[in-house]
Design a protein around this ligand. Structure first.
Ligand SMILES: Cc1cc2nc3c(=O)[nH]c(=O)nc-3n(C[C@H](O)[C@H](O)[C@H](O)COP(=O)(O)O)c2cc1C
Length: 246
């Protein structure tokens, strides 16, 4: 074989080897990519959807005395949807902005540091997709953090209390303790716990005024609730409130 032919052959073989190696490496990398089956694709979460809440009402037919004297823990609810207006009213009662300027809220807060976060699990609300949403007080809107109805999982995490699965919605309060302890030290922990009581009572009285049933639930497994709601590390769940028609 001539020298030039030999050279061409060597080059062709070298190119073939490089192409073959490239193909194998490429295939290998493709294998490493997560392979999504149809089921997984269906269950991928479409989060960050924003729902603008309707303006809350600032008066009603129910006096504060009537709400206080008729408030009772209700643990059984009708299987009927709530409206977005009712959800808006309950969340506004919890943490709605009521003051101009720095944004004072419906409930008091030590040093106006607002350590509480509010979630709502939407299970049965007219024209709203099921899922877990976080309430944004300043914008008075909801941001979706999970695309699934987690009421039954929450009920299991709350020692199988059936009221959690039965509510059309479940409101959850969590705390970022550092917002308060960085100013007040350990005493801030006490302040945060006092605050969640204020907030829950606001929701309770608002529910009475809307003729809805609710109960405060403190018995649950913290880690499970945290995981179910996709809470960031620094947040700690404190209270659950299922709400439904009575
Ligand atoms: C801190 C705290 C935790 C509670 N945890 C639960 C609970 O896990 N499950 C429940 O059904 N009720 C719970 N409750 C509600 C009480 O059982 C209820 O308030 C009490 O029986 C008085 O009834 P009333 O709310 O109708 O006045 C809790 C109440 C408080 C204040």
């Amino acid at each position: 074989m001539k020298r030039t032919h030999m050279k061409t052959l060597v080059i062709i073989v070298a190119i073939l080897i490089v192409v073959r190696i490239g193909f194998s490496v490429g295939t290998c990398f493709l294998c490493m990519l997560p392979q999504l089956g149809e089921d997984e694709l269906e269950h991928r979460e479409f989060i960050n959807e924003i729902i603008k809440l309707p303006e809350p009402r600032y008066d009603s037919e129910t006096s504060i005395e009537e709400a206080l004297s008729t408030r009772r823990s209700i643990r059984v609810y009708k299987d009927e949807p709530l409206t977005l207006a009712e959800v808006s009213q309950l969340l506004w009662a919890a943490q709605g902005i009521t003051g101009q300027g720095i944004g004072f809220r419906t409930a008091p807060s030590g040093g106006a540091l607002y350590p509480l976060e509010v979630y709502v699990v939407i299970g049965n609300v007219k024209s709203v997709t099921k899922g877990v949403y976080k309430y944004k007080p300043h914008e008075h809107e909801l941001v979706k953090v999970r695309d699934r109805d987690v009421r039954n999982e929450l009920s299991v995490a709350a020692l199988r209390q059936t009221c959690i699965g039965a509510g059309s919605i479940v409101i959850i309060f969590s705390a970022v303790y550092e917002r308060t302890t960085q100013k007040y030290g350990d005493r801030g922990i006490r302040y945060v716990h006092i605050e969640v009581g204020h907030v829950a009572q606001n929701v309770f009285l608002q529910a009475v005024s809307l003729n809805l049933g609710t109960v405060v639930v403190g018995a649950f497994k913290d880690d499970k609730v945290k995981n179910i709601l996709n809470m960031p590390n620094e947040e700690h769940p404190l209270y659950l409130m299922p709400v439904g028609k009575k």
